[in-house]
Design a binder for this molecule. Structure first.
Ligand code: ZN
Length: 291
């Protein structure tokens, strides 16, 4: 089980969220059989999406973050509900590329340094809110920071980390997100930036045993953030047979007729290990529904 917390400075000028997503990133790795660098990439995106999801106002809201990079992994997608529970997948989770000269996993190299990051917020309105920015580095945290600055005009600091052990499993994963009011003056911005100079990587803070709230405090040493709310978070998929049926119906009559030729049609969920099987008769029933 992961943990997420949101805290606010006394004057309300700075909000900070932090999450321990170790279990989430490890579950994603296990589900997708991801390589080390792909585990890091997907783990970071899941963490970012969870932090963004937790900022949503209404219970039914959700956020989807999609990265379309020029790298070998192809697109990555993470979806979070408003409690910070996430799911995600990537086109090719098996990509392996050499480490960076500093010995770190080359997430930007695998994802691609060119491309786009798209955020889709479903806020229960007629149309979802969509924002898109070009990738900055493909390292995910910088790309999300750019999204907030460009698309939402909110000064934001985002730090995401996934530490993978020698076996390829997730040892630690987490992140924090600092947001300033759009009206923040330069002294507040300078204080935040100054404080960040000595903040260790998130995975180092988790290794030290810091809780998400302690990470919030460490990330803002010149402020006194106080907890607003916190919760447990997990990797979870909300797929169901009915949802798959609706997706099949929306694929159209031609596609369904083709499926009805096969004795059994298998549909695999992208996000979790679930497999849904439909007999030709069941497909024909969907054709009737689609008409
Ligand atoms: Zn699923």
């Amino acid at each position: 089980m992961g943990k997420i917390v949101r805290a606010l400075t006394e004057d309300g000028a700075v909000v900070v969220l932090a999450a321990d997503t170790t279990d989430i990133a490890e579950t994603a790795r296990a589900i997708h059989g991801a390589s080390k660098v792909c585990t890091a990439a997907l783990g970071r995106l899941l963490t970012g999406a969870s932090l963004m999801g937790y900022m949503l106002k209404n219970k039914e809201d959700s956020v989807t973050v999609r990265v379309n990079g020029s790298g070998e992994t192809g697109s990555l997608i993470a979806v979070s509900d408003s409690k910070g529970n996430v799911r995600g997948y990537m086109m090719d989770p098996h990509v392996e590329i050499p480490l960076k000269p500093n010995g770190k996993l080359d997430v930007g190299g695998a994802v691609g340094r060119e491309g786009s990051l798209t955020v889709i917020k479903d806020l229960g309105l007629k149309e979802p809110m969509v924002g898109q920015v070009p990738l900055v580095s493909g390292e995910i945290a910088e790309d999300l920071t750019s999204y907030f600055a460009v698309s939402e005009q909110i000064p934001t600091v985002c730090s995401l980390g996934v530490q993978v052990d020698t076996e390829g499993r997730v040892a630690k994963a987490g992140g924090f997100l600092i947001q300033l009011l759009p009206t923040s003056d330069d002294t507040v911005i300078a204080k935040v930036e100054n404080g960040l100079k000595n903040v260790p990587p998130v995975t180092a803070m988790l290794r030290e045993g810091l809780s998400p709230l302690e990470i919030c405090k460490r990330a803002l040493p010149e402020f006194h953030p106080e907890e607003l709310d916190c919760g447990d978070i997990a990797y979870c998929c909300d797929c169901s047979r009915r949802r798959v049926e609706r997706a099949l119906i929306s694929a159209g009559l031609d596609a369904l007729s083709e499926m009805a030729q096969d004795a059994v049609t298998e549909v695999r969920c992208h996000f979790c290990p679930a497999v849904y099987r439909f007999t030709a008769d069941e497909i024909r029933a969907l054709i009737e529904e689609a008409k």
